[in-house]
Design a protein. Structure first.
Length: 245
């Protein structure tokens, strides 16, 4: 199923697997990707202003998708209002440029101090390669992978839990069942947050992916493999697909 946007640049399409795509017609770039709750043929329609996409399945399900681009402040306000969010550390506030910054950081990457005034051990990192990278996250923790990238390189990054949490499993039961709700961050060498994904996929699982990310500069990129709010744990595979310019 296909629908052309009123701007003449945007096109929406779907396939029999339930996948929905919004494309930039001149470049062929995928601007958005969604998954219908059911693997059924899906009808799609773009709103005249290009801000929303309506999908309809043969099971009579209608979903209105939001295509707008939000600022970091708007996203943080939405997350705070709709998700359980732990207090961010000084390092995380400096890393993502989230106000208010801790006074002692001076907008750098400080070494935080515990209540006993002992310096915390820096978080360990691991080197990531194109292909599959195996890891395991403990409850309340996360993994940092370092990837050597180059300007113009296109990455598809997938974070798949061995036991992915399903949307039907309550949050407080996932730990007992060993299910993990994944969360993926990709940060550029200059500290800019390039992508964040919590792939809410109704009816299937909560694995995360970032597709078609074009790296802006040469350097070491930081990929954080996390669970949502660091509230679940488990083994996972971080898969990196690279297309060089």
């Amino acid at each position: 199923m296909v629908d052309f946007g009123a701007d003449g640049r945007t096109i929406a399409s779907s396939d029999i697997s339930g996948a929905i795509y919004v494309w930039d017609l001149p470049t062929g770039e995928v601007l958005h990707r969604f998954t219908s709750p059911e693997a059924l043929p899906v009808y799609v329609a773009l709103s005249p202003d290009g801000r929303y996409l309506l999908s309809g399945s043969q099971d009579h399900t209608l979903i209105l998708w939001d295509l707008q681009t939000y600022s970091q402040e708007e996203l943080m306000d939405w997350i705070t209002a709709n998700r359980v969010v732990r207090e961010l550390t000084c390092e995380e506030r400096a890393q993502y440029g989230i106000e208010p910054l801790c006074p002692e950081t001076n907008e750098t990457f400080p070494t935080s101090v515990t209540a006993t005034n002992e310096l915390e051990i820096p978080h360990p990192t691991r080197n990531a390669q194109a292909g599959e990278n195996r890891g395991e996250i403990a409850m309340g923790d996360f993994d940092i992978w370092l990837y050597q990238g180059q300007a113009g390189e296109t990455l598809n990054v997938h974070l798949n839990a061995d036991k992915p949490a399903t949307v039907s499993t309550p949050l407080d039961e996932r730990a007992a069942l060993g299910q993990m709700d994944t969360l993926l961050f990709i940060i550029s060498p200059d500290g800019n947050l390039l992508a964040i994904n919590d792939d809410y996929d109704p009816g299937e699982n909560t694995n995360s992916s970032v597709e078609g990310l074009i790296l802006p500069i040469d350097g070491i990129y930081r990929i954080e493999a996390r669970s949502w709010s660091d509230l679940s744990a488990g083994a996972y595979t971080l898969t990196i697909e690279s297309v060089l310019p």
